[in-house]
Design a protein around this ligand. Structure first.
Ligand SMILES: Cc1ncc(COP(=O)(O)O)c(C=O)c1O
Length: 361
């Protein structure tokens, strides 16, 4: 039987050669490969700086620390996102204020203003599944109400809001290079993109024990650095990213064309260019359909079956959580179909046939 994975890393001879080159270079942490990767990432996203760190989550700690997040601060954030989006802020005693989503699964910008209190300090939109949140509105509200904006771009490397790649619009963008992401380093990794030179400098110091020179520590920092082998791999992945994203868009268009009469397919706003980190359909018969696809050798995912305001860790922490009707409904209906930058179109057709067969159409 055919076996179709949900996602697969891009791995070719150039990637292998880059890893070997770094392995034999004699330099392993924050060296020339990291420097070059940071500069290429910054150019690609369109920011002055990109600062590599050991994961998105690590970057979150560094950024919140550098920005002086403090207990009692509130941050507007969608509940429908990966749990790590809200972890760093909670460790600083700040509170996630959960916002419901719109039809793109990103935070509903029309609900933001009503959730602002005197304690609100920022907005953290998530470009979920590779589709950008409505950045114009988020930035406008941020400016008007004096709130910072940090973009969670963990699933959206190369996605565009209008003509601009996400990750350059607010104070900072944050990327993950976890193996399932559109751009990976074959392990954990992340980066922060920003135009704020002082912030970039603070984050660089904090990730490396608070120092600029080897034996002088200006701050008490962490070890959340990046390494040369993964940077060398990431550089090759970055050079291939647009081509792989274009293929994802072709796969998505094909899925939509074939299965939109039986399931709800993901919308793409006219101002958005999604990079389809996930291709997420919706149906009330989600669990049955998932089983059917699995019996056909097709891997599926649910991103995510429990929203963050429903997580035990969160319900224990906060007694007064909101009801988020759209989020609470979609978590029972969403299903992620296989998608990656080199997914063969025959496999896409095989998945479509299996979906149509389930609905007998
Ligand atoms: C939307 C989102 N934010 C944050 C993260 C955390 O990324 P990392 O695993 O690099 O810490 C992920 C990845 O799981 C994610 O999908």
């Amino acid at each position: 039987m055919r076996k179709i994975p949900l996602s697969r890393v891009f791995l070719n001879e150039e990637v292998r050669a880059a890893a070997l080159r770094a392995l034999e270079s004699g330099s392993y942490i924050l060296g020339k490969e990291c420097e070059a990767f940071e500069s290429e990432l910054a150019t690609y996203i369109g920011t002055k700086h990109a600062v590599l760190c050991s994961s998105w989550t690590a970057g979150g700690f560094l950024l919140h620390k550098a920005m002086g997040l403090k207990p009692g601060d509130e941050i507007l954030v969608p509940s429908h996102t990966a749990f790590p989006t809200i972890e760093p802020m909670i460790h600083f005693g700040a509170r996630p204020v959960f916002i419901d989503i719109d039809e793109t699964y990103c935070l509903d910008v029309d609900l933001l203003e009503a959730s602002i209190t005197p304690r609100t300090v920022g907005i953290l939109p998530v470009h979920i599944y590779g589709h950008p949140a409505n950045l114009d509105r988020v930035l406008e509200i941020g400016r008007k109400r004096n709130l910072w904006v940090i973009e969670d771009c963990a699933q959206a490397h190369g996605a565009r809001f209008k003509d601009e790649r996400v990750g350059a619009a607010g104070v900072a963008g944050m990327f993950s290079f976890f193996p399932s992401k559109n751009l990976t380093v074959m392990g954990d990794g992340g980066c922060i993109t920003t135009n704020d030179s002082a912030l970039a400098e603070d984050v660089r110091m904090l990730r490396n024990h608070g120092r600029k020179s080897k034996y002088v520590h200006d701050m008490v920092g962490y070890n959340l650095r990046f390494n040369e082998i993964q940077a060398a791999i990431g550089r090759v992945e970055l050079r291939n990213l647009d081509r792989l994203n274009e293929h994802r868009r072709r796969v998505a268009a094909h899925y939509t064309e074939r299965v939109s009469r039986v399931v709800q397919t993901p919308p793409e706003k006219q101002w958005a260019s999604s990079v389809y980190h996930m291709y997420v359909i919706r149906t009330e018969r989600r669990d049955e359909l998932a089983k059917h696809l699995q019996t056909k050798g097709i891997s599926i995912g649910i991103h995510y079956p429990l929203a963050n305001h429903q997580q035990p860790a969160i319900t224990k922490l906060y007694p007064d959580l909101p009801t988020l009707p759209r989020t609470e409904q979609v978590v029972n209906e969403i299903l992620s179909l296989p998608i990656y930058g080199e997914l063969p179109m025959e496999d896409v057709d095989y998945v479509c046939d299996a979906v149509l067969e389930f609905f007998h159409s």
